[in-house]
Design a protein around this ligand. Structure first.
Ligand code: HAM
Length: 420
């Protein structure tokens, strides 16, 4: 019986060239940008103990309650494939006692995250994030600087159709009053909310504002605004963020309903939303905010912190086509050979040219001249170097410019210059 064909796990995709070239380009742009702001790369394990995320992200969130890839290892310890990296960064920050080593720690990361979500365009079960985290700064200037850092990069890459949306979800001091106000608003409509939200009224009413069920969404449209319940300190901080954003030239709007899907946020939250039509409903490109209590919650010293993450799949989908087209590097030259001796010489020549930094293609399969030229055309090679018995005997090669069709005979010594 024929075996069923093996396939990748649903929601987890292969990334192949030439698409991977666009990813590498995008990632290198992020690296360049973040390092100009003093962020260094951190890599953490994909597996963490489950309690890190349960305590870090919040038991009541969709991520922890429904979406984690959690399993026991061979000794029965519960492990989870990271659904995000902020909690891992905090764990690492505490584990390495970084508060003792430097006043401010700034990291960026690039890597796969795992969430058992319902799949859609722009939503996968293994997806890639680029993110940043800054520890040790409470001032609103860094919230605004992080937003500007990614906004400017997206602008530079030609992603023009986007909105920056910000809000403040208040600090631990503002929350209790707001929670009470929200409960008072939600209680009368309890029976009309989904089962999860009925429970959330008691456990964590802010989560109701983030419910994806359409009837719940409609119900909370008139919920009291968190902004009316901010303490003076929180309000000053939020106003500070806004005035720094103006200073940095980032256009934004305030949305008092923006709460985000993770429990650790305190104060500033933000999202950058794609307003074009490339992403459909999964239009959040970048999301993040301040989490001033998480380090302490996970066992460290009280440390203010703020960060964001972006989905690489969504970013790449939003890039203008000219970027993807421009990323592909055509060969500087394709070497086409006729005969065994020419092939042997060509293998060495290709190597010598590559040592000069050139991209050289070579047909290893001893195909005919015509098919080698076809291949060179397909790859958009700038030049074809033709080597046959004649050329070999004369110690020369024939160089054809594929744009102008002009041909020149020259010795190997002149090749590098001609190709450059
Ligand atoms: P998040 O909103 O869960 O935040 O994810 C951030 C971004 O990752 C989203 O805006 C989206 O672009 C992308 N993303 C999330 N889930 C998926 C998915 N299933 N498929 C494709 N892309 C997805 C966080 O993860 C926080 N750790 C952000 C943060 C960092 N806050 C502070 N520091």
């Amino acid at each position: 019986m024929a075996e069923k064909q093996l396939r990748s796990v649903r929601g987890m995709n292969d990334l192949l060239p030439p698409d991977s070239e666009t990813w590498v380009f995008f990632e290198s742009k992020c690296r360049e940008q973040f390092s100009a702001y003093g962020y260094g790369e951190i890599r953490t394990p994909i597996l963490e103990t489950t309690s890190l995320f349960a305590r870090g992200i919040g038991d009541d969130t969709d991520i922890v309650s429904k979406e984690m890839y959690t399993f026991p290892d061979r000794k029965g310890r519960s492990l989870t494939m990271r659904p995000e990296m902020t909690a891992s960064c905090v764990r690492s920050y505490i584990q390495h006692a970084l508060h003792k080593k430097q006043p401010v720690t700034r990291w960026y990361y690039i890597g796969p995250m795992f969430r058992y979500e319902r799949m859609q365009t722009g939503r996968y079960r293994q997806f890639y994030q680029v993110g940043v985290e800054a520890f040790g700064v409470a001032e609103p200037s860094i919230d605004a600087e992080q937003i500007a850092m990614i906004y400017e990069l997206y602008n530079e890459l030609g992603i023009e159709e986007m909105d920056v949306v910000i809000n403040s979800v208040g600090g631990p001091d503002d929350r209790p009053a707001y929670r009470d106000a929200l409960r008072a608003f939600l209680e009368p409509m309890r029976a009309e909310l989904c089962g999860d939200c009925q429970r959330r009224i008691d456990t964590n009413p802010l989560r109701v504002l983030d419910c994806k069920v359409p009837t719940c969404k409609a119900k909370v449209a008139d919920a009291p605004s968190i902004l009316e319940h901010l303490s003076e300190a929180s309000m000053n901080h939020f106003e500070g963020v806004q005035s720094f954003l103006r200073e940095l030239g980032v256009p934004f709007r305030v949305d008092a309903k923006l709460v985000r899907g993770l429990d650790y946020y305190t104060g500033t939250v933000f999202e950058i939303i794609a307003t074009g039509d490339k992403l459909g409903t999964q239009s959040t490109l970048v999301a993040g905010g301040r989490y001033d209590t998480l380090v302490e919650t996970l066992g460290g010293q009280p440390t203010p912190a703020t960060g964001f993450a972006l989905g690489i799949e969504r970013a790449v989908m939003t890039l203008p086509e000219s970027i993807a087209a421009g990323v592909h590097r055509p060969p500087d030259a394709f070497i086409a050979t006729r005969g065994e001796a020419a092939k042997t010489y060509a293998v060495g020549l290709a190597q010598r040219l590559r040592r000069k930094g050139l991209y050289i293609e070579l047909d290893h399969r001893n195909a005919g001249m015509k098919s080698q030229f076809k291949r060179a055309d397909k790859l958009a090679a700038r030049y074809v170097i033709v080597i046959g018995d004649d050329e070999l005997a004369a110690n020369e090669v024939n160089l054809r410019n594929m744009d102008t069709r002009e041909e020149t005979r020259l010795a190997e010594a002149g090749l590098v210059e001609a190709l450059a």
